[in-house]
Design a protein around this ligand. Structure first.
Ligand code: HEM
Length: 134
């Protein structure tokens, strides 16, 4: 069945983003965290953070919200049981967001801002005032 049955060399199931986006209902709720696909349908009611926050991310990329909460090691272990596969490599760019947007005011133009998006920085490499030299 073509793309739907694609597997990586080590047998991991790949899902296309379009398939994942359809799993956003009570019957089936999938979320993506770090390109891994989780089926959280049965976990919704048990989630200590509530089912609403998971629903909001249903069918899409929840990496940022998941990391913003600072989930415990226990939570990460729990999540492993819900893994059903991975986001297809060709679709990964579609959910990649710039990690940092720098706003530089330009007093000469007077018209406001210069936006520089810096893509593909991993969270642990997030630029802070201590390692950013302007
Ligand atoms: C498979 C995915 C997930 C698992 C297994 C999981 C599990 C947990 C667990 C065990 C806790 C209790 C605190 C801790 O141990 O860190 C928790 C708290 C929380 N989770 Fe998740 N979570 C998941 C995804 C998410 C996502 C995607 C969001 C946001 C959209 C989220 C939002 C929260 C919030 C806000 C709390 C804090 C509740 C509080 O401190 O009162 N979680 N989660």
């Amino acid at each position: 069945m073509g793309e739907k049955d694609e597997k990586s060399p080590d047998g991991v199931k790949y899902y296309r983003l379009s398939e994942i986006e359809e799993q956003n209902s009570f019957k089936s709720t999938w979320i993506i965290i770090h390109n891994t696909v989780y089926d959280v349908t049965k976990f919704l009611e048990e989630h200590p953070g509530g089912e609403e926050v998971l629903r909001e991310q249903a069918g899409g990329d929840a990496t940022e919200s998941f990391e913003d909460v600072g989930h415990s090691t226990d939570a990460r272990e729990m999540a492993k049981d819900m893994i059903i596969g991975e986001l297809h490599p060709e679709d990964r760019d579609k959910i990649a967001k710039p990690e940092l947007v720098v706003y530089l005011g330009d007093s000469r133009s007077g018209s406001g801002h210069c936006h520089i998006a810096v893509p593909h920085l991993q969270p642990r490499e997030r630029v802070t005032s201590s390692n950013l030299s302007l």
